[in-house]
Design a protein around this ligand. Sequence first.
Ligand code: ADP
Ligand code: MG
Length: 355
Amino acid sequence: MDEHPLKQVGEFGLIDRIQTWFNEETSDLLGIGDDCTVIPRGDDEVELVTTDLLIEETHFLFDKITPEELGHKSLAVNLSDIAAMGGRPKHVWMSIGLTARADLPWLERFFTGMHDLAQRHGVRLLGGDTTKSQKHLVINIMVTGETTRSQVKLRSAARAGDIVFVTGTLGDSGGGLQLLLEDLHETGDPAEQKLIRAHNRPDAVVDGGIWLGKQAGVHALIDLSDGISSDAGHVANRSGVIIDIELADLPLSTELRQVAQKRGWDPVQLACSAGEDYALMGTCDAGGWDSLQKSYKEEIGYDLHAVGVVRNRNDTEQQPSPGPRRLTEGGEVRFLKNGKPFDLSGRGYDHFKSG
Ligand code: ADP
Ligand code: MG
């Protein structure tokens, strides 16, 4: 089989090239490279814009996701990128390329799933485009959101000394995908059903993102769409720092542990590399960590989990040496297991390098 010609540069290498080809950044506008584009509107307000494309067979299998779940997921992955900037989602545009299988009853269910989620977060569909597609169902959604200059959370804002945290368990979605791919989705095991649901119907951390956006002690924020191994790399790279992730601290659900044991999987590998968990990963002042965690629990109702620390690139004293590491352009992610350097062979998801 021919290799995809983009395999060498990879998804993120290609995005870097697009950025070079369209080298039109202005100092006031944040274009390519974060979870959303940031467009200044007036003195303090900024508008956030994000778009995500879902293609049948690449992002979902038509027979292994319900129409309601797909409608929900298509919107949720976009809401997640607004949350990753600390913003509040506002308006939605949707373009769809429909195959014969996506008939009217199917579409009614698809829109029910999407509409329920839109209502829950007070966002409105304002437009889009509709066409026919011969082979694959295609869904492209764009969402706008709002925040302020002082509250917008960028991937580039991590600082040495910060605690790295995540807003939820990791790896459930990857486990669910594995079950779907191996045709193991009809076993009736409740733990397995939970993982499949995490994959097919992910919940974006919308209220959590808005709340974290308001916290001055929270610096960088990103959503975990490609796996922490890859996404922590984006933060390290854009912030020019080292991120040390302690594998023993990654939060794993009881269900993932159970299913992984039953199926002989490595749950930590799934948590790091499988992606599509749509938890948020952030960095915050170490001194404010305890009160941040406490207030998040009180006000949002969920735990924040500390999973690592941010270090200065030049701070050689703090580097465990020599250790396996993931080099990124301007930063670095290192994995530790119980404090010792650990070679995590899996990578985060890349559309051209993976699969
Ligand atoms: P996310 O996983 O948060 O959706 P991506 O990894 O898809 O982010 O994209 C990273 C950055 O690259 C984003 O700022 C996005 O807008 C930009 N980007 C991705 N694909 C393209 C493209 N085809 N043209 C321009 N910008 C792109
Ligand atoms: Mg994102």
